[in-house]
Design a protein around this ligand. Structure first.
Ligand code: DX5
Ligand code: ZN
Length: 216
């Protein structure tokens, strides 16, 4: 399977979101990456259901929703209703992660688990076989356009080995600071999904940048 590119709408123009959604619709991008921040789990607030529902109205590709919120179980149904196809929760926010994952799957969504840069890959050992995606943070969550953390390459290799060892089908998604200089190395290490916010939406030609991120 070739890799997936998921532009992050956090870096889109919120004064004309529809235009940037159409841009992604008409590009080679595979998913929309949607960042939900609650101001508690992360020191920033992004947007909530009314905006997500507006996105759903125009988006013609799967919505990959990344929850940076505490107590995500409380809102899983609402995210399903708002069009989430993939729903990722943070391991650091879920004391009963297995239950959270089952809940997401029972609602008919693909289940992802996100891990912060300081969270070791081995903490996924007993959940990796149950999930569809690992969202590996390559910056500290909360903001777009941050500097990529180099330790990520090693973590991808460790995660790839764990996935093979546990016979898991989980995809490895890299989120934060992905750009045209590091994406090939990320793919070579084993990444399956590239999230890109700033790199796509600050580009002079976002469609062409997506095209570049798709090529390898
Ligand atoms: C950060 C978010 C990312 C962010 C990535 O908390 O989870 O998805 O939008 O943005 P860039 O690609 O600009 O680092
Ligand atoms: Zn994200």
């Amino acid at each position: 399977m070739s890799h997936i590119v998921a532009p992050s709408l956090l870096a889109a123009n919120f004064a004309n979101l529809q235009a940037d959604i159409e841009l992604v619709n008409n590009s080679r991008a595979d998913w929309f990456h949607i960042d939900i921040m609650d101001g508690v789990f992360v020191p920033n607030i992004s947007f909530g259901f009314p905006v997500l529902k507006a996105i759903q109205k125009f988006a013609k590709k799967p919505l990959d929703v990344h929850l940076m919120i505490v107590e995500p179980d409380r809102y899983a149904q609402a995210f399903k209703d708002a069009g989430a196809e993939i729903l990722s929760v943070h391991i650091e926010a879920c004391p009963h992660l297995h239950r959270s994952v089952q809940h997401i799957k029972n609602l008919g969504m693909k289940a992802g688990v996100a891990i912060n840069p300081h969270t070791p890959v081995h903490t996924l050992e007993d959940i990796i076989a149950d999930i569809d995606l690992v969202c590996m943070m390559s910056v500290n969550p909360g903001f777009g356009a941050q500097k990529f953390i180099e330790n990520t390459y090693e973590k991808i290799k460790k995660l790839k080995a764990l996935i093979a060892q546990k016979n898991s089908k989980a995809l490895i998604e890299i989120d934060g600071g992905v750009d045209l200089n590091n994406y090939k190395k990320l793919l070579d290490c084993g990444a399956n999904v590239l999230v890109a916010g700033n790199t796509v939406f600050s580009a002079t030609n976002p469609v062409q940048t997506i095209e570049q991120l798709k090529s390898h």
